[in-house]
Design a protein around this ligand. Structure first.
Ligand code: FES
Length: 179
């Protein structure tokens, strides 16, 4: 055999082995990538939309419109686990004249402390940086550092039960954006 023929054979053998190795890598790589995608899949789910939560009865709210605070519980879910009946926030509810319900998330839109209703001043107040908010519509008072009013929530009353579409929002910004 000539020397050039031997070199050609060596090169062909090398290319065949390299091709086999690449094919093997591809065959292993596809299932591995699929496995990783399955494991991480829950992390790629979009955030759940807010849902109505049964909070209390209409009769439990004072007809004079004094706000009442309620803890909100719901089933919580992270990437892999489900936690039933967990506290996910709190709201102030007010019964208005026509038996409609006004609801505010208790999270201060400034930087996230909890607001409190002040019975003497008849307003909501955040003690962290002294933001006050109007009872009637949640508007921030003059001089309050909060860039927006309290975050109102949708409500409905069905067969004497009060439902709130609960949602948390980003703090520290003027826009009301879901957290
Ligand atoms: S967090 Fe409420 S005023 Fe700053």
């Amino acid at each position: 055999m000539k020397k050039s023929d031997s070199a050609k054979d060596d090169r062909r053998e090398f290319l065949e082995k390299a091709g086999s190795i690449c094919a093997g890598c591809a065959m292993l790589g596809v299932p591995a990538a699929a496995g990783i995608a399955v494991v991480l899949d829950p992390l790629r789910l979009p955030p759940k939309d807010a849902e109505f939560i049964d909070v209390t009865t209409l009769d439990s709210l004072p007809p004079d419109g004094t706000p009442q605070k309620y803890v909100i519980k719901a089933d919580k879910q992270d990437a892999w686990s489900r936690f039933p009946d967990r506290v996910i926030g709190a709201v102030y509810l007010r019964r208005l004249k026509n038996d409609t319900i006004q609801a505010f998330n208790v999270v201060c839109p400034h930087l996230g402390c909890a607001i409190e209703y002040r019975d003497v001043e008849k307003d909501y107040f955040c003690p962290c940086h002294n933001s006050d908010f109007a009872l009637e519509d949640g508007a921030q008072g003059r001089g309050s550092p909060s860039a927006r009013p309290l975050d109102s929530l949708e409500t409905k009353v069905e067969e004497g039960q009060v439902w709130v579409k609960f949602q948390n929002f980003q703090t520290g910004i003027a826009e009301k954006k879901p957290a």
